[in-house]
Design a protein around this ligand. Structure first.
Ligand SMILES: [Zn+2]
Length: 337
């Protein structure tokens, strides 16, 4: 179905959302794939494309995209192409995210990687003025916090360098539950000191307790958060504090973080009054688009067009964007009701 109202995606990973043809050409150029690898074979290495794959299978899909995104040209081109794709799909505001510490394998600094992504965003926004884009820098949890503590602190410093110049927030991503989130407190304290807001991946594969930890660390939004439904006190806190949840249907079902589309936590949380938003997560790896997420919300959860507009109004409220843009998007969405 086509959804003709201003659409917003607050949770899109750059590396998980590369345009296949461009990524294929860049992988060929950089000799990252065999010379006889076809586009279809390349696609099979990146796209999960069916539900109920394992989390490991899912994570392995990021290896090639990250290998491609190790130089300025690739980062600029892929970002530009993704923003173009989103603009042509009718999105008007997007918060892209990536983990700059994964893009330093061939000599770039985190600062240079972020600069390149912002360059790609700016070019695309000039070419497609109907879309506005903000960038979220992800810190990573890889196990013991000490493993990449320096890199995570560098991500916060880099966010400060580009605050108000493309970067709108920071995030903590990676496998949940391996280590207590508390180990990242000093990174978040630094973000707070710099006045940089943050969202945290929690309650995706982890339990409601991980959402509780994210709230204790001062997250102003939660990436996914579906499992807060399993603890009424945590859920109530999310509702009472109006903490927006960046929910995604396809990726949750693919990673078996939610049992099925019909059983997805989005609807019960929405009905209980949580500030729910609907997003794509990884468009290419999950083989989805925002319209397809909406289709699933309509088909499996019985959401109406009006519900979807309300989810977008929640996205505007949750966005790390300036007041003027928020007012403009709110007005246009209200006109569609
Ligand atoms: Zn995510």
């Amino acid at each position: 179905m086509e959804y003709l109202f201003p659409k917003i995606d607050l949770h899109v990973h750059l590396d998980g959302s590369l345009t296949l043809k461009l990524a294929y050409a860049l992988a060929q150029d950089r000799q990252l794939i065999a010379s006889d690898c076809t586009l279809e074979q390349f696609r099979e290495r990146i796209v999960v494309g069916r539900d109920n794959g394992s989390l490991n299978e899912f994570l392995a899909r990021f290896e090639l995209p990250i290998a491609i995104l190790q130089d300025e040209e690739a980062l600029v081109l892929c970002t530009r192409e993704l923003v173009k794709t989103l603009a042509l799909q009718g999105l008007e505001y997007v918060e892209l995210r990536f983990a700059p510490q994964f893009h330093t394998q061939k000599g770039l600094t985190q600062h240079q990687a972020v600069k390149a992504v912002i360059k790609g965003m700016r070019i695309a926004m000039c070419e497609h003025p109907q879309i506005k884009v903000g960038l979220i820098l992800c810190m990573m949890t890889l196990g013991e916090p000490s493993l990449n503590h320096e890199a995570n602190l560098e991500t916060i410093q880099t966010a400060r360098d580009f605050k108000g110049k493309g970067v709108v927030a920071v995030d903590l991503a990676g496998a949940e539950g391996i280590t207590p989130m508390e180990g990242y407190r000093d990174c978040f304290e630094l973000a707070k000191e710099y006045g940089i807001p943050y969202t945290i991946h929690a309650g995706e594969s982890g339990p409601a307790a991980s959402v509780k930890s994210a709230l204790e660390l001062g997250a102003s939004r939660i990436g996914h958060g579906g499992h807060c439904l399993e603890d009424s006190a945590v859920m109530q806190e999310v509702i009472d504090k109006k903490i927006p949840l960046e929910m995604c249907l396809t990726s949750n079902v693919q990673c078996r973080n939610q049992l099925s589309y019909s059983d997805h936590a989005l609807k019960p949380l929405m009905e209980r009054g949580a500030v729910v938003t609907l997003n794509t997560d990884n468009m290419t790896i999950s083989d989805t688009t925002l319209d397809q997420e909406y289709d699933k919300a309509v088909r499996y959860l019985g959401l109406t067009r009006e519900d979807l507009i309300h989810l977008n109004l929640n996205s505007v409220r949750a966005a790390f964007a300036d007041k003027e843009l928020k007012q403009q998007l709110t007005r246009r969405l209200m006109e569609c009701l």
